[in-house]
Ligand binder design. Structure first.
Ligand SMILES: Nc1ncnc2c1ncn2[C@@H]1O[C@H](COP(=O)(O)OP(=O)(O)OP(=O)(O)O)[C@@H](O)[C@H]1O
Ligand SMILES: CC(C)(CO)[C@@H](O)C(=O)NCCC(=O)O
Length: 227
Protein backbone atom coordinates (compact mmCIF):
# COMPACT_ATOMS: atom_id res chain seq x y z
CA UNK A 1 0.00 0.00 0.00
CA UNK A 2 1.31 3.48 -0.86
CA UNK A 3 -0.58 6.60 0.16
CA UNK A 4 0.70 10.06 -0.77
CA UNK A 5 -0.20 12.77 1.74
CA UNK A 6 0.27 16.41 0.73
CA UNK A 7 0.23 19.34 3.14
CA UNK A 8 -0.05 22.39 0.90
CA UNK A 9 0.91 25.36 3.05
CA UNK A 10 1.72 28.97 2.22
CA UNK A 11 5.48 28.34 1.80
CA UNK A 12 5.85 24.66 0.92
CA UNK A 13 4.16 21.48 -0.19
CA UNK A 14 5.16 18.98 2.49
CA UNK A 15 4.94 15.52 0.89
CA UNK A 16 4.94 12.20 2.75
CA UNK A 17 4.28 8.59 1.83
CA UNK A 18 2.56 6.05 4.06
CA UNK A 19 3.56 2.48 3.19
CA UNK A 20 1.01 0.72 5.36
CA UNK A 21 3.26 0.85 8.43
CA UNK A 22 5.17 4.12 8.62
CA UNK A 23 5.30 7.61 7.19
CA UNK A 24 8.31 8.82 5.21
CA UNK A 25 8.87 12.44 4.28
CA UNK A 26 9.64 12.84 0.57
CA UNK A 27 10.44 16.49 1.19
CA UNK A 28 9.23 20.05 1.36
CA UNK A 29 8.81 21.43 -2.16
CA UNK A 30 8.08 24.84 -3.65
CA UNK A 31 4.49 24.82 -4.97
CA UNK A 32 5.59 24.90 -8.63
CA UNK A 33 7.58 21.65 -8.16
CA UNK A 34 4.58 19.59 -7.12
CA UNK A 35 4.71 17.77 -10.51
CA UNK A 36 7.92 16.04 -9.28
CA UNK A 37 5.66 13.99 -6.99
CA UNK A 38 3.77 12.30 -9.83
CA UNK A 39 3.72 8.52 -9.41
CA UNK A 40 1.53 5.54 -8.65
CA UNK A 41 -0.27 5.65 -5.33
CA UNK A 42 -3.26 3.78 -3.93
CA UNK A 43 -4.61 7.11 -2.66
CA UNK A 44 -3.61 10.76 -2.61
CA UNK A 45 -4.80 12.82 0.38
CA UNK A 46 -4.52 16.58 0.28
CA UNK A 47 -4.79 19.32 2.89
CA UNK A 48 -4.52 22.75 1.28
CA UNK A 49 -4.64 26.30 2.61
CA UNK A 50 -3.45 27.63 -0.76
CA UNK A 51 -6.49 27.45 -3.08
CA UNK A 52 -4.49 28.86 -6.04
CA UNK A 53 -2.44 25.62 -6.13
CA UNK A 54 -5.39 23.22 -5.86
CA UNK A 55 -6.12 23.07 -9.61
CA UNK A 56 -2.50 22.08 -10.33
CA UNK A 57 -2.65 19.28 -7.75
CA UNK A 58 -6.01 18.03 -9.05
CA UNK A 59 -4.67 18.05 -12.63
CA UNK A 60 -1.71 15.89 -11.54
CA UNK A 61 -3.79 13.66 -9.25
CA UNK A 62 -7.41 13.68 -10.52
CA UNK A 63 -8.34 11.00 -7.99
CA UNK A 64 -6.97 12.99 -5.03
CA UNK A 65 -9.15 13.52 -1.95
CA UNK A 66 -9.03 17.24 -1.19
CA UNK A 67 -10.01 17.40 2.45
CA UNK A 68 -12.42 20.19 3.43
CA UNK A 69 -13.26 21.53 6.90
CA UNK A 70 -16.66 19.77 6.85
CA UNK A 71 -14.89 16.37 6.53
CA UNK A 72 -12.91 16.79 9.76
CA UNK A 73 -14.98 15.35 12.63
CA UNK A 74 -14.08 17.59 15.54
CA UNK A 75 -16.36 19.51 17.86
CA UNK A 76 -15.89 23.28 18.08
CA UNK A 77 -17.09 25.90 20.57
CA UNK A 78 -18.45 29.16 19.10
CA UNK A 79 -16.28 28.78 15.99
CA UNK A 80 -17.34 28.78 12.34
CA UNK A 81 -15.54 25.60 11.37
CA UNK A 82 -15.82 26.18 7.60
CA UNK A 83 -13.77 29.40 7.97
CA UNK A 84 -10.89 27.66 9.78
CA UNK A 85 -7.87 26.46 7.77
CA UNK A 86 -8.22 22.74 7.12
CA UNK A 87 -4.59 22.25 8.29
CA UNK A 88 -5.54 23.58 11.72
CA UNK A 89 -8.57 21.30 11.93
CA UNK A 90 -6.55 18.27 10.84
CA UNK A 91 -3.78 19.01 13.34
CA UNK A 92 -6.43 19.24 16.07
CA UNK A 93 -8.07 16.01 14.91
CA UNK A 94 -4.64 14.31 14.96
CA UNK A 95 -3.93 15.74 18.40
CA UNK A 96 -7.18 14.27 19.77
CA UNK A 97 -6.68 10.93 18.01
CA UNK A 98 -3.02 10.37 18.88
CA UNK A 99 -2.08 12.58 21.83
CA UNK A 100 -4.59 14.00 24.27
CA UNK A 101 -8.05 15.39 24.96
CA UNK A 102 -6.62 18.63 26.43
CA UNK A 103 -3.86 20.95 25.44
CA UNK A 104 -2.17 23.07 22.80
CA UNK A 105 -1.67 22.22 19.14
CA UNK A 106 1.10 24.36 17.73
CA UNK A 107 2.15 24.71 14.11
CA UNK A 108 5.38 26.55 13.27
CA UNK A 109 5.30 27.25 9.55
CA UNK A 110 4.68 30.39 7.53
CA UNK A 111 2.26 31.15 10.33
CA UNK A 112 2.73 30.42 14.02
CA UNK A 113 -0.58 28.88 15.04
CA UNK A 114 -1.53 27.99 18.61
CA UNK A 115 -4.84 26.19 19.04
CA UNK A 116 -6.51 25.16 22.29
CA UNK A 117 -8.33 21.88 22.81
CA UNK A 118 -10.39 21.25 25.93
CA UNK A 119 -12.21 17.94 26.55
CA UNK A 120 -11.64 17.08 22.85
CA UNK A 121 -13.36 20.33 21.74
CA UNK A 122 -11.56 23.01 19.69
CA UNK A 123 -12.17 26.16 21.74
CA UNK A 124 -10.10 28.64 19.67
CA UNK A 125 -6.57 29.82 19.09
CA UNK A 126 -4.14 32.41 17.79
CA UNK A 127 -2.52 33.01 14.40
CA UNK A 128 0.74 34.98 14.33
CA UNK A 129 3.58 35.46 11.83
CA UNK A 130 5.94 32.49 11.73
CA UNK A 131 9.60 32.57 12.78
CA UNK A 132 11.01 33.04 9.28
CA UNK A 133 8.49 35.73 8.41
CA UNK A 134 9.42 37.68 11.57
CA UNK A 135 13.09 37.53 10.63
CA UNK A 136 12.46 38.46 6.99
CA UNK A 137 10.21 41.37 7.98
CA UNK A 138 12.92 42.86 10.18
CA UNK A 139 15.75 42.24 7.70
CA UNK A 140 13.78 43.83 4.87
CA UNK A 141 13.23 47.07 6.82
CA UNK A 142 16.35 47.58 8.98
CA UNK A 143 19.38 48.60 6.89
CA UNK A 144 21.96 48.01 9.63
CA UNK A 145 20.87 44.45 10.33
CA UNK A 146 22.95 42.05 8.20
CA UNK A 147 21.36 39.04 6.48
CA UNK A 148 21.51 35.80 8.43
CA UNK A 149 19.62 32.51 8.55
CA UNK A 150 16.99 31.51 11.10
CA UNK A 151 18.68 29.65 13.97
CA UNK A 152 17.69 28.70 17.50
CA UNK A 153 19.38 31.22 19.78
CA UNK A 154 18.52 30.93 23.45
CA UNK A 155 20.37 33.60 25.41
CA UNK A 156 19.61 35.48 28.65
CA UNK A 157 20.32 38.68 26.76
CA UNK A 158 21.48 39.50 23.19
CA UNK A 159 25.07 40.75 22.99
CA UNK A 160 25.30 41.40 19.24
CA UNK A 161 22.82 42.02 16.42
CA UNK A 162 22.40 38.37 15.54
CA UNK A 163 21.83 37.07 19.09
CA UNK A 164 19.57 40.08 19.80
CA UNK A 165 17.35 39.40 16.78
CA UNK A 166 17.30 35.59 16.85
CA UNK A 167 17.12 35.51 20.65
CA UNK A 168 14.08 37.78 20.46
CA UNK A 169 12.26 35.56 17.95
CA UNK A 170 12.88 32.45 20.06
CA UNK A 171 11.84 34.29 23.25
CA UNK A 172 8.65 35.74 21.70
CA UNK A 173 7.59 32.30 20.57
CA UNK A 174 8.50 30.44 23.78
CA UNK A 175 6.90 33.09 26.00
CA UNK A 176 3.70 32.90 23.94
CA UNK A 177 3.58 29.13 24.47
CA UNK A 178 4.35 29.38 28.21
CA UNK A 179 1.70 32.09 28.60
CA UNK A 180 -0.98 29.90 26.98
CA UNK A 181 0.10 26.87 29.03
CA UNK A 182 -0.36 28.96 32.20
CA UNK A 183 -3.70 30.33 30.97
CA UNK A 184 -4.87 26.78 30.23
CA UNK A 185 -3.99 25.63 33.73
CA UNK A 186 -5.62 28.71 35.32
CA UNK A 187 -8.82 28.42 33.25
CA UNK A 188 -9.32 24.66 33.10
CA UNK A 189 -7.34 23.36 36.08
CA UNK A 190 -5.30 20.92 34.00
CA UNK A 191 -1.94 20.74 32.28
CA UNK A 192 -1.93 21.67 28.60
CA UNK A 193 -0.35 18.74 26.79
CA UNK A 194 1.58 20.53 24.05
CA UNK A 195 2.27 19.14 20.58
CA UNK A 196 4.40 21.02 18.06
CA UNK A 197 4.56 20.48 14.32
CA UNK A 198 5.56 22.31 11.10
CA UNK A 199 8.78 23.10 9.25
CA UNK A 200 10.15 25.35 12.00
CA UNK A 201 9.01 23.25 15.00
CA UNK A 202 12.62 23.08 16.17
CA UNK A 203 12.36 26.77 17.14
CA UNK A 204 10.19 25.66 20.08
CA UNK A 205 12.51 22.92 21.31
CA UNK A 206 11.88 22.15 24.99
CA UNK A 207 8.30 23.45 25.18
CA UNK A 208 6.37 20.34 24.12
CA UNK A 209 6.33 17.09 22.19
CA UNK A 210 7.33 17.32 18.53
CA UNK A 211 5.16 15.41 16.04
CA UNK A 212 6.56 16.08 12.57
CA UNK A 213 3.90 13.89 10.89
CA UNK A 214 0.85 15.10 12.84
CA UNK A 215 -1.12 16.44 9.88
CA UNK A 216 -0.18 13.48 7.66
CA UNK A 217 -1.17 10.94 10.30
CA UNK A 218 -4.45 12.85 10.76
CA UNK A 219 -5.24 12.71 7.02
CA UNK A 220 -4.55 8.97 6.96
CA UNK A 221 -6.69 8.37 10.08
CA UNK A 222 -9.56 10.38 8.60
CA UNK A 223 -9.27 8.47 5.32
CA UNK A 224 -9.40 5.07 7.08
CA UNK A 225 -12.37 6.18 9.19
CA UNK A 226 -14.24 7.35 6.07
CA UNK A 227 -13.41 4.30 3.90
N1 LIG B 1 12.76 22.61 1.79
C1 LIG B 1 12.25 23.64 2.44
N2 LIG B 1 11.75 24.69 1.76
C2 LIG B 1 11.22 25.76 2.41
N3 LIG B 1 11.17 25.86 3.75
C3 LIG B 1 11.64 24.84 4.48
C4 LIG B 1 12.22 23.68 3.87
N4 LIG B 1 12.57 22.83 4.86
C5 LIG B 1 12.28 23.44 6.03
N5 LIG B 1 11.75 24.65 5.81
C6 LIG B 1 11.29 25.56 6.88
O1 LIG B 1 9.91 25.33 7.00
C7 LIG B 1 9.19 26.55 7.13
C8 LIG B 1 7.83 26.38 6.50
O2 LIG B 1 7.16 25.46 7.30
P1 LIG B 1 5.91 24.66 6.75
O3 LIG B 1 6.26 23.89 5.52
O4 LIG B 1 5.37 23.90 7.91
O5 LIG B 1 4.99 25.90 6.39
P2 LIG B 1 3.70 25.95 5.49
O6 LIG B 1 2.93 24.66 5.72
O7 LIG B 1 4.06 26.25 4.11
O8 LIG B 1 2.98 27.17 6.15
P3 LIG B 1 1.53 27.37 6.76
O9 LIG B 1 0.98 25.99 7.09
O10 LIG B 1 1.77 28.18 8.00
O11 LIG B 1 0.77 28.08 5.71
C9 LIG B 1 10.04 27.61 6.47
O12 LIG B 1 9.89 28.81 7.17
C10 LIG B 1 11.46 27.06 6.56
O13 LIG B 1 12.17 27.69 7.61
C1 LIG C 1 -3.45 30.04 9.60
C2 LIG C 1 -2.95 29.31 8.36
C3 LIG C 1 -2.23 30.27 7.44
C4 LIG C 1 -1.94 28.24 8.82
O1 LIG C 1 -1.51 27.50 7.73
C5 LIG C 1 -4.11 28.59 7.65
O2 LIG C 1 -4.70 27.66 8.48
C6 LIG C 1 -5.14 29.55 7.14
O3 LIG C 1 -4.94 30.22 6.16
N1 LIG C 1 -6.31 29.60 7.84
C7 LIG C 1 -7.43 30.41 7.47
C8 LIG C 1 -7.85 31.29 8.59
C9 LIG C 1 -8.22 30.57 9.89
O4 LIG C 1 -7.83 29.43 10.11
O5 LIG C 1 -8.91 31.18 10.71
Amino acid sequence: MRILTLDIGNTTVDACVFDGRDFYRIGRFPHQDVHLLKGNYDAVLVSSVKPSVNHLVLELFPEAFLIEPKHVPIKTEDIQKEKVGVDRLLNIYGFIQFHSTDGLVISCGTAFVLDLVKDSVFVGGFIAAGAKLRLEALLSKAELIPKFQLQLVDVPVGKDTQTAVLGAIRREMVCFVRCLQRQFMDSYGKEAFTVITGGDAWMLEGTGVEDPYLLHRAMWKLFTEMS
